[in-house]
Design a protein around this ligand. Structure first.
Ligand SMILES: *[C@@H]1O[C@H](CO)[C@@H](O)[C@H](O)[C@H]1NC(C)=O
Ligand SMILES: *[C@@H]1O[C@H](CO)[C@@H](O)[C@H](O)[C@H]1NC(C)=O
Length: 498
């Protein structure tokens, strides 16, 4: 009873609030402006084309085989001790993640996260992997063969090349030259291509401080324009979800390698949305330290470090965004963190509590969007989120990323939406609970031999079912080189009509 009264009061309060007009637009029919203010290389690979050594980006995983010994380099125990050259096959300990210093100089990170460097304890030229943060001693230049760039020589910080003369030890004391197979300073480099990361960190650090600002500015100016908002509004879209990175709060001088200017682009989006009567959801997609290790979290090398020590900085980003846009009637919601994965649940709840307060400090009416971690049930935090007024729980629905979908034909995919997804939506919806948002979904699927009519139906049932979500849905994405991920393409090619 008490709760009902509270709800009634809330409804009255919201009805009286000047910006209550936003409630009439629920449920939202939104689209994600993915790959705009946070780069996801797969959505437009050509953005990376101008990078020198563009296959050697931050986080790229490499294996190095001595051509003389025909053995792989290995950081024994995954790090903490010497680097040897005696492995006939390669897996974790024989894999190194690159940190890019510039187009030719790199740090090599072993599997236990320590960096390879010269041993400054002993003779000074043995190779060890025992540094927690890279310095000059851990910085190596990769020299590639002009005939075949997969053959490399590695110049150590002492000015000499690494060589694998014996299986027990790799040393930085080779002064010769040449690319013969029996040259102990020549290594065959294998890049684990399917592990490559192409995110904001990689593109900005890849182009470097001289070139990245212009590349990024050109991208922001052209990828999404006012014309796009016009197109969206003419085609039944009434909101955008805009992924942003934590560095936007430091604009115009964010920490390296990130570059300034994305804040102005976000300001423009608010102006354009307002012109066309649309709403904006600001989504903190990349939290400091990375909350999921995925490229779209702007991770440097796939590590997920977000946790208690990052909470104050993450909150200051939310506070910054809420202060800047909290007064705008165009702001529909702020999403506190996209797709946390493998994070400590108590830390996440503490952050959500404080993040909620940070938004409320600047806006009484903006919704606050939270989600359960990806590695947990989507209901995990449902009752926690229900404890706050004006909250939304966010779920992402793709018929992808799991083996079960690869065996489904078109009808089975469609049935999965009308049965499983529909019942998931019902089970996440209750009168006293938060609103529900299907914050990401797409028209892509694995039923590749299906007809266009089947495909159209697949998209249509998703719109029908996800429209049952009380806060609405957002397609991923507006623009993408892969057609089925581009709402613009899907609309123009008659796959979707709203
Ligand atoms: C790259 O960095 C290394 C190490 O700091 C430096 O010696 C080298 O001159 C730099 N190279 C370029 C092309 O900037
Ligand atoms: C590789 O060399 C190290 C150092 O000598 C040794 O401890 C290790 O057992 C060797 N491993 C193999 C597979 O030969």
């Amino acid at each position: 009873m008490g709760h009902k009264l509270l709800c009634l009061n809330l409804v009255l309060l919201l009805a009286l609030h000047p910006s209550s007009s936003q409630h009439s637009s629920l449920p939202l029919r939104a689209v994600n402006l993915g790959n705009w203010l946070i780069i996801e290389g797969w959505m437009k690979p050509s953005l990376f084309d101008g990078i020198i050594n563009k296959d050697l980006l931050d986080g790229t995983q490499v294996r190095l085989m001595s051509t003389k010994l025909q053995k792989y380099l290995c950081s024994e125990n995954g790090g903490g001790t010497t680097v040897v050259a005696n492995r006939t096959s390669a897996s974790g300990w024989e894999t190194f993640r690159l940190w890019r210093v510039n187009e030719s100089s790199f740090n090599f990170r072993a599997s236990n996260n320590q960096f390879v460097g010269l041993d400054n304890q002993g003779a000074g030229n043995g190779l060890v992997a025992n540094s927690d943060s890279p310095s000059d001693l851990e910085t190596f230049q990769i020299v590639r063969s002009e005939d075949d760039p997969t053959f490399i020589r590695i110049l150590a910080p002492n000015g000499l090349f690494l060589q694998a003369n014996s299986e027990n030890m790799v040393t930085a004391d080779y002064e010769g030259s040449g690319w013969e197979d029996d040259n102990p300073s020549v290594f065959k480099m294998t890049i684990l291509k399917d592990k490559t990361i192409k995110g904001e960190y990689q593109i900005t650090n890849g182009y470097g401080p001289d070139r990245a600002p212009k590349i990024m500015q050109d991208h922001w100016n052209t990828y999404i324009t006012e014309e796009d908002f016009k197109f969206m509004s003419e085609n039944g879209i009434n909101a955008v979800r805009i992924p942003v990175g934590w560095w936007i709060a430091f604009d115009p001088t964010p920490p390296k390698p990130f570059v300034g200017g994305s804040l102005e682009a976000l300001d423009n989006a608010f102006t354009w949305a307002q012109s066309y009567g649309m709403k904006v959801i600001v989504d903190l997609h990349a939290a400091p330290g990375s909350q999921n290790g995925n490229p779209h979290s702007a991770t440097r090398d796939g590590s997920r470090e977000w946790g208690d020590s990052y909470i104050p900085q993450t909150l200051s980003v939310i506070d910054f965004l809420a202060a800047r846009y909290g007064d705008s009637s165009t702001l529909a919601a702020i999403a506190l963190m996209n797709e946390p994965l493998g994070v400590n649940l108590e830390s996440l709840k503490n952050y959500y509590r404080a993040g909620y307060d940070a938004v409320r400090k600047h806006s009484a009416s903006a919704y606050v969007i939270m989600s359960s971690p990806l590695d947990k049930s989507s209901k995990e935090l449902l009752s926690f989120i229900a404890g706050f007024e004006g909250t939304v729980i966010d779920v992402h629905y793709y018929n992808l990323f799991s083996n079960s979908f690869s065996k489904m034909n078109a009808q089975q995919n469609i049935d999965f939406i009308t049965k499983q997804r529909a019942s998931d939506i019902t089970s996440l919806t209750s009168a006293n609970g938060p609103l529900l948002f299907v914050g990401e979904w797409s028209g892509d699927w694995l039923a590749r031999t299906a007809s266009k009519e089947d495909h159209r139906r697949f998209v249509e049932v998703q719109v029908e079912v996800y429209s049952q979500a009380t806060f609405g849905w957002a397609y991923w994405a507006y623009k993408c080189d892969s057609d089925y991920w581009s709402l613009q393409w899907m609309i123009r090619n008659d796959f979707i009509k709203l």
